[in-house]
Design a protein around this ligand. Structure first.
Ligand code: FAD
Length: 477
């Protein structure tokens, strides 16, 4: 649901009845878009990746400007009403789910303007813009930027948590694109990175979107759009040990091309026996002088195993990204257990772990992103931690929420895989907030001790009462 036009807001008398704690806010902002439980839009707007533990908020508020965000946040802070922020609703850790019926859900999706400036080098992006919308607007002007490879993912949340994607090799992670931001703090005050010592910008480049307040604007690097050779190359899961081993040899022999993404989704459609769906995307130079090199590389790539399907063709970041269907937000029907870890590269050992524990249900999946090239270059201006070349592995065990037995099988499958990767000596000492369920002291795992300490200090300064503790890492005291 992209535009406010299709959202049914609630009239003042309904707000007074169904969300009395919010009603006084209308004196300050009389036409504030508020959606209460009787609105036909209510459930659709609060849909998230997994809603099995979510409760309905007192109301959903959908601000249209920075000023409206300030008014809502200031009011809720004064009344001590919890504010949970949502953009795409894709957080696998439930960070955009309301768990307290007195809370307000702040839906950012009306703040989705994208303005290009600075000789087409910079875009000013509303805090509620999705990756798909950003790519569409930029593409119309012959431009692009790295994004998630699912169009429905919120750009701000993706970029501020880390931001892996098909252009990470040539252009870097999402955090590397952030040049500036405006954040509404708990008191309603707006802080701009341009007026700050540098701590705020550093924190937002990896600390997670919800760390300090509501991000109403990001200013990001953008690039000339070049073509790509890309598609999904699919192999049987049973060949994972051999394919991962050959991939390790290929990269050791000819180097890891920065232009090539080579990420992976492992899925298990009924009757398939499990499929390795490689995101084979080569980002071409603007004059396509590397097209023969790209074709030769993609040819060697397809020769790694028995190809079940190969959709590689000439494309663009926008066309390719939007061709990948955004997985459904299952709401209350599917429950997930998500684990993640990083390894330093492909190996037959990793492939064997996956084939020995095939996906237990059709809604379980494994996603592997790659950090190499520019993404694996140290950036001292960012709190994002793991700058060694690595693969990020997300393990999602999904099962029907009502089926306790299947849920338990899916949950232990995801946990056991993570344990096996660790016990066999493959896991690196780092995790990714955007792919993880919250757990005690997880900040140490996402940021390392030194960066976690600095982030905690910045949080203590800008969010001293911990009003925004809902969607953040757990910092040890
Ligand atoms: C289908 C799918 C595909 C994915 N693809 C990738 C990928 O290619 N690369 C990758 O690195 N990750 C990927 N992810 C992980 C994704 O980056 C994170 O889950 C991200 O946080 C989702 O953002 P969202 O806005 O869609 O989710 P939400 O659940 O709406 O938000 C995520 C978090 O950010 C907060 N938040 C949202 N907007 C704001 C704002 N404006 N200000 C302050 N806080 C805010 C929320 O409160 C929540 O804590 C994917 C996840 C899914 C489910």
């Amino acid at each position: 649901m992209d535009s406010l036009k299709s959202v049914q807001t609630s009239p003042p008398e309904t707000i007074a009845l169904e969300a009395p704690t919010i009603a006084p806010l209308l004196k300050e902002v009389p036409d504030l878009p508020v959606i209460t439980r009787s609105s036909p839009s209510f459930d659709e707007l609060r849909a998230t990746f997994d809603q099995t533990h979510a409760k309905p908020p007192t109301a959903i508020i959908r601000p249209r400007s920075e000023t409206e965000v300030q008014a809502v946040v200031r009011y809720c802070f004064q009344k001590q009403i919890l504010v949970v922020v949502i953009t795409g609703g894709n957080d696998p850790g439930g960070r955009s789910c309301v768990k307290d019926t007195r809370a307000v859900l702040l839906d950012m999706r009306s703040l989705d303007t994208v303005v290009v400036s600075d000789g087409q080098k910079l875009a000013t992006v509303g805090g509620g813009t999705t990756c798909g919308r950003l790519l569409q607007v930029l593409d119309q002007q012959g431009l692009t930027t790295p994004t998630a490879f699912a169009g429905g993912v919120g750009y701000t949340s993706w970029a501020c948590g880390g931001g892996y994607g098909i252009l990470a090799g040539p252009m870097g992670l999402g955090v590397d694109q952030i040049q500036g931001a405006r954040v509404v703090l708990a008191t309603g005050q707006v802080v701009d990175t341009a007026d700050d010592s540098g701590d705020l910008l550093w924190a937002l480049r990896g600390g997670g979107a919800a760390l300090l307040g509501v991000i109403v604007q990001l200013r990001i690097k953008i690039y000339s759009r070049t073509a790509g050779l890309g598609g999904i190359v699919t192999f049987p899961l049973s060949e994972a040990p051999s394919i991962f081993g050959k991939l390790e040899e290929l990269y050791a022999r000819s180097g890891r091309p920065a232009s090539f993404a080579g990420e992976l989704m492992i899925i298990n459609p009924p009757g398939s026996g499990g499929l390795l769906c490689f995101v084979a995307y080569w980002s071409l130079e603007d004059d396509k002088r590397d097209i023969d090199e790209a074709k030769a590389f993609l040819h060697s790539f397809a020769a790694l195993g028995t190809v079940v399907a190969n959709s590689v063709t000439e494309t663009t970041p926008k066309l390719f990204t939007l061709s990948i269907p955004n997985p459904q937000l299952y709401g209350e029907s599917i429950a997930y257990t998500v684990h993640s870890c990083c390894v330093d590269g492909w190996s037959s050992k990793l492939g064997r772990i996956f084939t020995q524990m095939p996906l237990p249900t059709a809604t379980s999946s494994i996603v592997i992103h790659s950090s190499h090239g520019v993404a694996a270059t140290v950036n001292d201006g960012a709190s994002f931690y793991n700058r060694k070349s690595h693969l990020l592995i997300g393990l999602s065990g999904g099962a029907p929420a009502a089926d306790e037995a299947a849920r338990s099988v899916a949950a232990s499958w995801a946990g056991k895989l993570q344990e096996d990767i660790t016990s066999q000596g493959l896991a690196m000492d780092s995790g990714y907030i955007n792919f993880s369920m919250p757990h005690t002291d997880d900040a140490l795992w996402y940021f390392g001790a030194e960066k976690a300490l600095r982030l905690r200090g910045i949080k203590d300064k800008l969010d001293p009462t911990g009003f925004w503790n809902h969607g953040v890492a757990n910092f040890p005291r």
